[in-house]
Write a new protein. Structure first.
Ligand code: CP
Length: 339
């Protein structure tokens, strides 16, 4: 179990059995709703970046447990936040997180934060410098709504979706890079590869040259795999990766060979438009192979309509499970806690 402060930061803070316990609580709350479990509890939601699922599913989940929530999106009806320590605040940001976060935390019982990668310095993003700096300012439990290199709520929902579909714990899970008009963060691929490895799956990361996942992400996933009896490999050979796959999980991410260099990334990905999931992608996979993506997704860029609208797609189930598993996280953090 984690030695971190109270909160929900990273699925890696849990053993496989602890994740299973959390998913059992999610199932219990789904089967036997507890509409008064969090009466009087308040969740603060701080979004430094946009969202649809994370925002709506946390508010809905909190309400279904009898609690309430408030949402802050700095610069949209509230002061813009400065996050840099030591900044001379003579620009557009009127509020520093050093005051803003403790103030918000003083109004609620847990503070959930979304703060994406800066996308400039890989080492700093992998170290979660920005998110950890903000989380450390909260005296209340913190929930990670997606940081530079992690999205634990998405990973937990995806694990439940795999279980719901009875996809074997030892099944073959292919995380495939897909194209996108610009570089996206490493948070979802990092969380996904770790989740599938911790579940005990045969994980293959399929990606073109230039998009290898950083060794810190692969090493963490391999450590989880070795604890759970799974494996993690990486290749650019689509046929080898997809043969016998139970699941193809598509995700877009930025090039890691020129991290933070938008022009170099664009030049690389301009040759990669064929990295799109289509029905033909599943030719060597199992006939009952399923398709996953965390959403939002660019139709007919990353994934063809025929897949998203076809029987393989689990994308809506994944999105729904966000609310279900987050209710378990909130219940675990806040039920029984003194208001
Ligand atoms: N998957 C996910 O986190 O969706 P949002 O960015 O819409 O919250």
């Amino acid at each position: 179990m984690s030695t971190r402060p109270d909160g929900f930061y990273d699925l890696a803070d849990f053993t496989r059995d602890e994740v299973r316990d959390l998913l059992a609580l999610a199932q219990r709350l789904q089967d036997h709703p507890e509409p008064r479990a969090l009466t009087g509890r308040i969740l603060g939601l701080l979004f430094m970046n946009p969202s649809l699922r994370t925002l709506a599913s946390f508010q809905a989940g909190m309400a279904r447990l009898g609690g309430s929530s408030f949402v802050i999106t700095p610069g949209q009806g509230t002061w813009q936040f400065e996050t840099r320590m030591g900044a001379v605040m003579n620009g557009s940001a009127a509020e520093h997180v050093r005051e803003g976060i403790p103030v918000l935390a003083s109004y609620c019982d847990a503070l959930a934060i979304r703060a994406f990668a800066d996308g400039k310095d890989l080492a700093s993003d992998l170290a979660e410098t920005n998110f950890n700096g903000m989380a450390a300012l909260s005296p209340k439990p913190v929930i990670n709504l997606e940081s530079a290199a992690n999205h634990p709520c998405q990973a937990l929902a995806d694990w439940k979706t795999l279980d719901d579909q009875a996809i074997p714990a030892t099944g073959k899970f292919v995380l495939s890079w897909v194209n996108h008009p610009r570089a996206l963060p490493l948070a979802v691929p990092a969380a996904t590869v770790h989740m599938a490895a911790l579940r005990g799956m045969e994980v293959v990361v399929l990606r073109p040259e230039g998009y290898a996942l950083p060794s810190a992400i692969m090493d963490k996933a391999r450590a989880a795999a070795s604890a759970s009896g799974g494996s993690v490999t990486e290749t650019d050979d689509a046929d080898a990766a997809l043969t016998g796959a139970h699941v193809v999980y598509a995700k877009e991410w930025g090039c890691t060979s020129h991290y933070g260099d938008a022009a170099a990334d664009l030049a690389l990905r301009s040759e990669l438009s064929h990295w799109q999931v289509r029905e033909a992608t599943f030719g060597k996979a199992r006939t009952d192979a399923r398709f996953m993506h965390c959403l939002p997704v660019r139709r007919n860029v990353a994934v063809a309509d025929e897949v998203l609208d076809g029987p393989r797609s689990l994308v809506l189930a994944e999105a729904h499970n966000r609310m279900v598993v987050q209710m378990a996280v909130l219940h675990r953090l806040l039920a029984g806690r003194q208001a």
